[in-house]
Ligand binder design. Structure first.
Ligand code: T4K
Length: 416
C-alpha cells in the first residue's frame, strides 16, 4: 500500500510528494486478454474483411445477445449514434423526457434528431429519472421517455414502464453504463422498447469506440439493422433511410476479448467498491453511493457523495486528489440543462436534486489499473484530507497559500 501521509504538509496539494507516481484515471481502459485480442486482430487482418458485417461482428452480436439475455443485439459505432438511430426508427417527434443528470451525449443524440429534450429531476438515491417528475412533465408533445441507468444502477423501470404504457409512448434506455447490470434479477438489455449500451474505451467492456442496441422486438431490430447501413438491404437493394453507424472488425475483436474477462473484472471492481466503502466507513459526510447498489450494477463507477455537511467541499477534495495523481472526475457537472443550448430552450421544471448531485458527486478510479490496497489508500487519503484540512483551513486566514490552492475552482464553499 502507498505510504500514508503523516502531516498535512505531506499532501501534494501543499507541496508534498504525490501518493501515486503515475496518474490514475477514471475510465482507464480495461484490456484483460491481450493474447485473445491480438489473435483475433491477426485473423481479421489475414482475412482482409474489416467492416460491414464481418465474422467477428456477427459472432460478437450473438455472444452479447446471449450475455445480455435479449433476442437482438445490433452493434453500432457508438452509443450516441445508437440513440439517434433508435429515435429515427421509432419516428420520435417533438419532445423527449429525459434526465439532465447524464452525459451530454444523451441530450445531443435527441437534439441531433430534431427533438427537444425536456429534463426531469432524478431520484436522490439512484440518480436516475424520478417517476413522479416524469408523470408531471407528460404533455401531448412528448413522444418518448428516455431513462438513463446512471453508473449502471437500473432506473425505476416498472414505474417508468407504467407511465409510458398509460400514455401510449415508448420507453427507451440509455444503458451506456449498464453492461452486466440487472433489475429484479433480469439483465439490463431487454427492458422498454430498446436499450443502448456503450462500448467506449472508458466503459466496463470496451471496443475502443462502440455501442450495442438491444431489443426483443423483431421488427424494430430489422429496421435498426437497415438504418445502421444507410437502409441497404443487399447489393443494389435500398429499402429505407439510414446512416453509417457500423462497427468495424477491430472493435468487435476488442469487445469479444474483453467480454471473455468480464467476470474477473466484475469481481475486482466489487472488491474496489468494498475497499472504498470500508476506508470511508467512519466519515459520514462522504458516502460511496454506488456501494449501496452493489448487487444491481456492474461496479464500474465508484461514486462518492461529499455532502454539504463536509467541511471540505467536493471541488476542494478533488484538487487534493488530483495533486496526488488521482484524477477523480465530477461527472456530470454542471448537468445538461446548464449546457448550451439548453438554458435558452428551457421548458423544464426546477431540478433541485440534479443540481445538488452535480455539486456533490465525484468519481474515483476503478478497474484493473488499481489494486484493492490502492483503493484503501485513496479512501484513507480522503479521510486524512478532510480531517486535517478542516483544522488547517479553520486555523489559517482565507488568503493563505493552502486556501488559494484549494479554492482555485468555480464551485467552492466558504469555510468560515
Ligand atoms: N450516455 C452516457 C450516460 C454516457 O456516459 C456516454 C458516454 C454516452 C451516453 C455516449 O456514449 P458513446 O457515444 O461515447 O459510446 C468520456 C467518454 O468519452 C464518454 O464515452 C463517456 N460517456 C463519458 C462518461 O466519459 P469524457 O469527455 O469525460 O472523456 P475524456 O477524454 O475526458 O476521458 C475520460 C477519462 O478516461 C480520462 O480521465 C482519461 C481516461 N481515458 C480515456 C480514454 C479515451 C484513458 O485512460 N484512456 C483512453 O483511451 O467522456
Amino acid at each position: 500500500m502507498p505510504p500514508l501521509k503523516k502531516s498535512v504538509s505531506d499532501l501534494a496539494v501543499l507541496g508534498g510528494e504525490a501518493l501515486f507516481p503515475e496518474p490514475l484515471h477514471v475510465g482507464r481502459p480495461n484490456i484483460c486478454n491481450r493474447d485473445a485480442l491480438f489473435k483475433r486482430l491477426g485473423e481479421a487482418t489475414d482475412r482482409r474483411w474489416l467492416t460491414n458485417d464481418g465474422p467477428l461482428l456477427l459472432e460478437m452480436e450473438k455472444r452479447f445477445a446471449s450475455f445480455l439475455e435479449v433476442k437482438h443485439c445490433i452493434a453500432v459505432a457508438n452509443t450516441t449514434l445508437g440513440l439517434q438511430l433508435l429515435a429515427h426508427v421509432l419516428g420520435l417527434k417533438g419532445e423527449v423526457l429525459m434526465p439532465s443528470f447524464t452525459f451530454i451525449g444523451t441530450a445531443r443524440a435527441m437534439e441531433w434528431q430534431g427533438l427537444k429534450p425536456i429534463f426531469c429531476d432524478v431520484l436522490d438515491a439512484r440518480h436516475s429519472l424520478n417517476p413522479d417528475a416524469v408523470r408531471k412533465a407528460i404533455t401531448p408533445n412528448v413522444s418518448a421517455i428516455l431513462g438513463v441507468h446512471l453508473w449502471g444502477i437500473p432506473c425505476e423501470i416498472d414505474e417508468l414502464q407504467s407511465i409510458a404504457d398509460e400514455h401510449g409512448i415508448p420507453l427507451i434506455f440509455d444503458a451506456a453504463h449498464a453492461i452486466g447490470s440487472a433489475y429484479k434479477g433480469r439483465k439490463i438489455g431487454g427492458f422498454g422498447r430498446a436499450e443502448v449500451f456503450s462500448l467506449h474505451a472508458t466503459k466496463a467492456i470496451n471496443a475502443l469506440e462502440g455501442g450495442l442496441i438491444t431489443t426483443n422486438d423483431d421488427d424494430l431490430a430489422r429496421r435498426l439493422r437497415l438504418a445502421r447501413n444507410y437502409g441497404i438491404a443487399e447489393e443494389d437493394v435500398i429499402v429505407g433511410t439510414g446512416i453509417n453507424a457500423k462497427m468495424n472488425e477491430f472493435s468487435a475483436a476488442m469487445a469479444l476479448s474483453n467480454l471473455e474477462c468480464y467476470d474477473k473484472l466484475l469481481e475486482h471492481n466489487r472488491s474496489l467498491q468494498h475497499a472504498y466503502k470500508s476506508a470511508l466507513s467512519e466519515m459520514p459526510a462522504v458516502q460511496v453511493t454506488t456501494a449501496d447498489f452493489i448487487n444491481e450494477h456492474n461496479s464500474h463507477y465508484a461514486v462518492l457523495r461529499i455532502s454539504q455537511e463536509s467541511p471540505v467541499s467536493r471541488d476542494q477534495l478533488r484538487r487534493v486528489l488530483v495533486a496526488e495523481n488521482i484524477y477523480a472526475r465530477r461527472y456530470f457537472w454542471p448537468g445538461c440543462h446548464q449546457s448550451p443550448p439548453y438554458p435558452r430552450w428551457g421548458g423544464h421544471a426546477p431540478l433541485p436534486v440534479t443540481e445538488s448531485l452535480s455539486e456533490e458527486l465525484m468519481q474515483l478510479p476503478t478497474g484493473m489499473q488499481l489494486s484493492v490496497n490502492d483503493a484503501m489508500a485513496i479512501g484513507r487519503l480522503v479521510v486524512f484530507a478532510i480531517q486535517n484540512l478542516q483544522n488547517q483551513l479553520c486555523a489559517s486566514p482565507a488568503s493563505s497559500p493552502g486556501h488559494s490552492t484549494l479554492n482555485n475552482n468555480r464551485a467552492t464553499r466558504v469555510f468560515y
